[in-house]
Design a binder for this molecule. Structure first.
Ligand code: ADP
Ligand code: MG
Length: 238
């Protein structure tokens, strides 16, 4: 079977998930899958160290925690959730036939495409399928492949449409759920749709909520979606 020859690598990495890493440790020193390490080397210069938000979220997420993270635009939040998302599926020995294992919600099609591009690069060496569900294609075209897509990057409106209409599409086995740009999501009026999506998710899952800012709206959303989250805030003065 596919995963048998990788079992010992998975066990070896998972055994190191409780380690902590100083700011000067490059990604190469982290207990990440060989596939993600290779993807990262293609995306960033070899000697790159994680940004502060990445340094503070990645190991907490690998330990299985829900995460509530705030850091300003440009601080590297994308890898802060995409690296754990890939590692969660990998360590769960996810295969193409297991359906949707990871979901990232983002407020706009453009932001979704940016996340998708990073995922394509750092996830290249993994066997997972990934797809955009943002209204860029017809609903029918998306419906044909959505149930077989391992990692979905979606805007709330279009995903709700599939949850309503697409026969056989469920999120019942989802392992990792990410809400990116939570503050903007709520500013744009997506609260009801995000709530609806959450109602379709299994209660046993890992959730990561990333935002530029944390306000009363995001704290309401975090209460609804996160279990006993770890808070990470790298915005100075707050
Ligand atoms: P945010 O989502 O917080 O606005 P992004 O994830 O879009 O930030 O990252 C901003 C930029 O920083 C991107 O160009 C990305 O490639 C780059 N970047 C991300 N992580 C690192 C890192 N560890 N080292 C150097 N550059 C990075
Ligand atoms: Mg971002």
């Amino acid at each position: 079977k596919k995963w048998e020859k990788e079992d010992h690598i998975i066990e070896e990495k998972v055994a190191r998930y409780n380690e902590t890493f100083d700011a000067d440790v490059p990604f190469a020193g982290y207990p990440l899958s060989p596939q993600t390490q290779r993807g990262l080397r293609r995306y960033l210069p070899e000697e790159c160290t994680p940004t502060p938000i990445q340094q503070q979220t990645i190991m907490l997420a690998l330990q299985g925690n829900d995460i509530l993270a705030a850091a300003k635009t440009g601080s590297g939040k994308t890898l802060g959730f995409l690296i754990p998302l890939l590692e969660i599926l990998w360590s769960n020995r996810w295969t193409q036939i297991d359906g949707v294992g990871g979901l990232v919600l983002s407020p706009t099609r453009e932001l979704s495409m940016q996340i998708y591009d990073v995922l394509r690069k750092i996830g290249l060496k993994h066997d997972f399928s990934a797809g955009l569900v943002t209204g860029g294609k017809s609903v029918e075209e998306e419906a044909k492949v959505i149930s077989k897509t391992n990692i979905i990057i979606a805007t709330p409106g279009r995903l709700c449409q599939h949850l309503d209409q697409t026969h056989g599409f469920t999120l019942d086995n989802l392992k990792a759920f990410v809400i990116d740009e939570a503050d903007r999501m709520l500013d744009m009026g997506f609260q009801a749709q995000v709530d609806q999506i959450i109602s379709f998710l299994p209660s046993i899952r890992q959730t990561m909520l990333f935002s530029a800012t944390l306000g009363t709206q995001t704290s309401k959303l975090s209460r609804l979606s996160l279990k006993d989250p770890k808070y990470v805030n790298v915005n100075s003065g707050s």
